[in-house]
Design a protein around this ligand. Structure first.
Ligand code: CMP
Length: 137
């Protein structure tokens, strides 16, 4: 069993598609082991995305991620990291395969509906960023 972190971003929360996105996970063998809704501060978003701090899109990314509430989740299942990324589709929804979350719910590379950890190592770091051990069931 593996765990990974998922964030339903402000665009998808505003559109009211949280339930539809969660259904994609649950219908494909990923269990919700933890979840919470929160509004990230600029400081939290900058810290979470620190790996991108020198990229030209960093300021826009932080601005966008703090533009409204997000829903963060720990997903658990076999090969959860890879499976989640398959379900999400490519970062740029224009490149995302038909039937993926980003192809169906995202508008642009900035407002791309969802974030998912890209490796087991980063999943552990990202999960610990949002959740304590006792919040993960
Ligand atoms: P996410 O998976 O949350 O990780 C970093 C985010 O930066 C990414 O999704 C995109 O929403 C955003 N982003 C904006 N421009 C780019 C880009 N050129 N390459 C990668 N990510 C980008």
């Amino acid at each position: 069993m593996q765990q990974t972190l998922s964030i339903i971003k402000p665009d998808a929360v505003k559109k009211g598609v949280v339930g539809k996105i969660i259904d994609r996970f649950e219908s494909n063998g990923l269990r919700i082991a933890a979840t919470k809704k929160l509004w990230l501060s600029k400081c939290e978003a900058s810290k979470f995305y620190a790996v991108h701090k020198d990229r030209p899109f960093f300021n826009d990314l932080v601005e966008f991620m703090t533009s409204g509430p997000v829903v963060v989740m720990v997903l658990e299942g076999e090969n959860a990291v890879v499976k989640n990324r398959e379900l999400m589709g490519a970062t740029d929804p224009k490149q995302a395969e038909k039937g993926t979350i980003r192809a169906d719910f995202a508008d642009s590379i900035d407002a791309n509906a969802i974030h998912g950890s890209d490796s087991i190592e980063n999943a552990n770091i990202e999960i610990a960023f949002f959740f304590s051990k006792r919040e993960i069931l």
